[in-house]
Design a protein around this ligand. Sequence first.
Ligand code: C5P
Length: 294
Amino acid sequence: MPKLKLRSPAKVNLYLKVAGKRPDGYHELESIFQTIGLSDQLEISESRRGISITTDDAGLSTGKDNLVYRATELFKREYHIRQGVRISLTKRIPVGGGLGGGSSNAASTLTGLNRLWKLGLSRSELALQAAKIGSDVPFFIYGGTALVKGRGEIIFPLAIKQDFHYLLIFPGFPVPTKNIYRNLKLLPAKPDNNINTIIQYLTAGDIKQISRLMHNDLEPVALRLYPELMKTWQTVKRIADPGVMVSGSGSTIFKLCSSSREALRLAKELRRNLSAGKPESRCDIFTSRYIPDK
Ligand code: C5P
């Protein structure tokens, strides 16, 4: 029986601008996504019938509200697959952490099933299917670094060669994305060219300038709604700014570091300061890198 093993990476948003609300209720985005070394793992194998999901995360549903289940169900229906499948999911990416874990798991499932069932779908065909599962899923079909527009379904992959060093601070609790968008008050924004400028600096690997231009419209909403997050954010800002930001809708805060040495030094200092306030918070180091196994 063939068994497929896939890595399912997390992402951070170096830039996230909400351009407006769409007639379908979603928001129009202009964002830069980047996958990082933190990843979950999926093992996919054939079975006679049905969909069976298992996971080491006791808090995660393995039924229809799991995105891995939904991705499998979608392909079974769309391509009239009668065979069953068993998927085991090892979680490392915090759920509700703004790191796209669930979306990444769904994208890996589609990529894996495309191979297992020899569907022959191209990357853009996979991304079209991925958009039916969730806004962030198409990005993870590509991985790496990308400019993302629309609801999340318009992907422009960026050829970034340099590895970036990140510190990730998970405050120990989740933030539901829906809640953040629901509380977002859209203000008329002055048009600027910052996203194109930050892309140029990403290509050049200029950490100082990237840190200066990093932006997230969802950050003030998350900080206002979650005072505990605000406290952690203030501590991280005080110790590690510039280049400190909430990823996506939160709850993870990240710091873009200028070197692995800086990442190590700050991780030590942050762990000391954060564990005093909140024992369940975590602070780890990761690098960005292109994921070649997709
Ligand atoms: O698409 P997905 O189900 O992952 O999105 C979760 C929630 O985030 C949506 O229900 C919506 O409230 C919000 N969202 C949005 N605009 C986007 C992406 C997500 O309003 N572009």
